[in-house]
Write a protein that binds this ligand. Structure first.
Ligand SMILES: *[C@@H]1O[C@H](CO)[C@@H](O)[C@H](O)[C@H]1NC(C)=O
Ligand SMILES: *[C@@H]1O[C@H](CO)[C@@H](O)[C@H](O)[C@H]1NC(C)=O
Ligand SMILES: *[C@@H]1O[C@H](CO)[C@@H](O)[C@H](O)[C@H]1NC(C)=O
Ligand SMILES: *[C@@H]1O[C@H](CO)[C@@H](O)[C@H](O)[C@H]1NC(C)=O
Ligand SMILES: *[C@@H]1O[C@H](CO)[C@@H](O)[C@H](O)[C@H]1NC(C)=O
Length: 260
């Protein structure tokens, strides 16, 4: 059986239950492109409406940090096997990441990227280089270090993010990445160190991602997930917020504390 990248809609009820447990007043998401203290970019999964099931994790991060805003990755999130969604998504990641670096690269604004399923694929492929698979088409180049590593801007604005904070992205959380690679140091989740996603990356793409961006990634993959772990348990692809939000929020917080 072949699964397309599955929507979270079957279990939206579950996600909403966990969202109600969070303090409304301090965790309310603000959709804005301001150069706030912490800015979150959310890349939702296939067929999710904005901002999608990552909203509960974004709410935890918002509650933990004053002056937090978010923006959506604005892309179709339709089935990647029958539409241009994946290709449009990669183009939009470049556009929105470049815009963040140009807008906020000289400020202390920290960028946290949260990405689920197809969203994880378009975000991580922008960094790693995309395509190279019969479904995903020809290979595309990884984003240049001018943006991804923020190198030009960091030199211009030595007093802003500075030489020690030259990554455009401070922290990237992946949930159920269809291109999940085994044995990477940033893999999280139980016994999923040895599993591969449904669209494996080329070896040099994995290497590029791990060498240059691995230090700021946490890649969560559940046992049995048909999308990231070659399994056959659809539920395993739907329960990331319930299982991992708290762990992911704690890790993001530790990264943000160091970046202050
Ligand atoms: C808010 O989210 C919507 C998607 O629902 C997006 O189209 C819009 O550009 C966002 N606004 C800002 C200010 O980011
Ligand atoms: C993929 O690459 C091949 C060989 O370079 C080229 O002929 C083809 O047009 C490309 N396909 C797309 C969709 O760009
Ligand atoms: C910044 O980097 C330099 C050289 O790599 C290092 O000596 C210094 O300790 C770093 N500073 C901080 C605050 O990490
Ligand atoms: C991966 O590791 C787990 C735990 O050690 C094991 O049960 C499983 O069979 C392994 N899977 C593969 C594909 O090697
Ligand atoms: C499928 O995944 C869910 C969520 O991780 C888990 O609770 C359930 O036990 C799994 N089912 C099977 C048959 O492994």
């Amino acid at each position: 059986m072949r699964f397309s990248i599955l929507a979270g809609h079957l279990l939206f009820g579950v996600n909403l239950v966990s969202a109600t447990a969070i303090e409304r007043t301090t965790s309310e998401l603000v959709n804005s492109t301001a150069c706030s203290n912490v800015h979150i970019l959310i890349a939702r999964g296939t067929t999710e409406s904005y901002p999608g099931s990552l909203s509960t994790l974004a709410e935890l991060i918002t509650a933990n940090n004053k002056d937090t805003t978010y923006e959506n990755l604005v892309y179709p999130a339709t089935d990647e096997t029958s539409t241009d969604s994946y290709h449009i998504g990669k183009t939009v990641v470049r556009k929105q990441l470049t815009s963040f670096v140009e807008r906020c690269g000289h400020s202390d604004s920290k960028l946290v990227v949260l990405a689920y399923s197809q969203g994880a694929m378009v975000i991580a492929d922008t960094l790693a280089g995309g395509g190279g698979d019969s479904t995903l088409g020809n290979m595309t180049d990884p984003i240049s270090f001018d943006i991804g590593k923020h190198s030009k801007i960091a030199k211009f604005y030595a007093h802003g993010r500075g030489a020690n904070r030259s990554d455009a992205v401070d922290a990237l959380v992946l949930y159920g990445d269809p291109r999940h690679a085994p044995y990477q140091p940033y893999n999280q989740g139980l016994n999923t160190f040895n599993v591969t996603g449904k669209y494996p990356r080329a070896e040099f793409q994995v290497q590029h991602l791990t060498d240059n961006y691995g230090h700021m990634i946490h890649d969560f993959c559940n046992v049995g997930d048909p999308v990231c772990a070659s399994g056959s348990n659809i539920t395993a692809h739907m329960v990331y917020p319930d299982i991992w939000d708290q762990t992911a929020a704690n890790w993001v917080q530790s990264v943000l504390e160091k970046a202050r």
